[in-house]
Ligand binder design. Structure first.
Ligand code: SAM
Length: 284
């Protein structure tokens, strides 16, 4: 069932059926091929949606639970969606549960346009740090890394080769909203290597057999690209060969390596040590 809300601007609709085509389109965003076809993705939670609107992301649809009608923040987000030319759907909780595939869904869901940073527009300056991820597979790792990049004030993420989708629901959830704050670029391995030739900063790779302790280098003098290897295979020769440094995080114990997101976090806090004033001062 779809009904135009009387008195509301044209694009606010009450929808109760799971068979409604608008609902079906949003549900389809669970699959990458539909995200790509629609150039869209879904984000859950009111705070996150307000942040996204504040950061200028284009909202296509705002879906909210009937039970949150009257919440001034929800109504404001709805008004902003309509003003931006988007559609607002007022739905029962069962529709939100179906869209999010959760028993206890968030009361508000937004569908946004995807945004990619073109690789050729990335020209890091001194003090900038970008993270390049070789064939990252796990959405939880990618989301956690995007969140950490945001937290340390690094500039963004470059996805190299075939990777998991930053706009998958699991990845967006793991970013905890940082997907809207962190530019993401993508490149084939070949395109990344070509871009790297024109980059005069430090490409700092991490490798289990790295010759350099990660705490040694002075990262502050030039822009840095931190290059992290694939979860199963690590960095291939061709990428390792393109690095200025191959860094190792010392380990004891039986684990043969660190989790990718953990290793990236350790590296980022070391590289950003001076900028973060890691002396107990919270710089937020
Ligand atoms: N079996 C893989 C290998 O042989 O490299 C393990 C990959 S590890 C799970 C994923 C990535 O995290 C590595 O490619 C590297 O970039 C980084 N990493 C994990 N532990 C590390 C360590 N102790 N020193 C340096 N980098 C590490």
């Amino acid at each position: 069932m779809t009904a135009e809300r009387s008195g509301a601007p044209g694009r606010v609709r009450e929808v109760s059926s799971l068979a409604n085509p608008l609902v079906k389109d949003i549900k389809a965003l669970a699959l990458k091929k539909f995200r790509d076809a629609q150039n869209a993705f879904m984000a859950e939670g009111l705070k996150l949606i307000i942040d996204a609107l504040d950061l200028g992301w284009t909202i296509r649809t705002l879906v909210f639970a009937k039970s949150s009608l009257g919440n001034p923040l929800v109504e404001k987000a709805a008004a902003r969606t309509v003003a931006a030319g988007g559609t607002v759907l007022e739905v029962p909780e069962k529709v939100l549960a179906a869209i999010t595939r959760r028993d206890n869904p968030q009361m508000v869901v937004g569908v946004f346009e995807q945004r990619w940073q073109p690789l050729k527009s990335i020209a890091p300056a001194t003090g900038d740090v970008w993270v390049a991820l070789d064939r990252v597979r796990d959405p939880g790792n990618l989301g956690t890394i995007i969140r950490t990049v945001d937290a340390v004030g690094a500039r963004g993420v470059i996805l190299v080769g075939e990777t998991t989708d930053p706009f998958a629901v699991e990845t967006v959830r793991a970013t905890m909203g940082s997907i809207f704050a962190v530019p993401v670029a993508r490149a084939s391995q070949e395109a990344f290597l070509t871009w790297r030739k024109g980059f005069s900063g430090i490409v700092a790779g991490t490798h289990l057999k790295g010759a350099v302790d990660y705490r040694g280098p002075d990262y502050g003098r030039r822009p840095v690209v931190l290059l992290m290897g694939n979860e199963q295979q690590g960095l291939p020769e061709v990428l390792a060969g393109a690095c200025d440094l191959l860094l190792r995080i010392p380990q004891v114990g039986r684990a043969d390596s660190l989790n990718l997101a953990v290793a990236t976090g350790i590296m980022l806090f070391e590289i950003r040590r001076a900028a973060l004033k890691l002396d107990g001062t919270d710089t937020r």
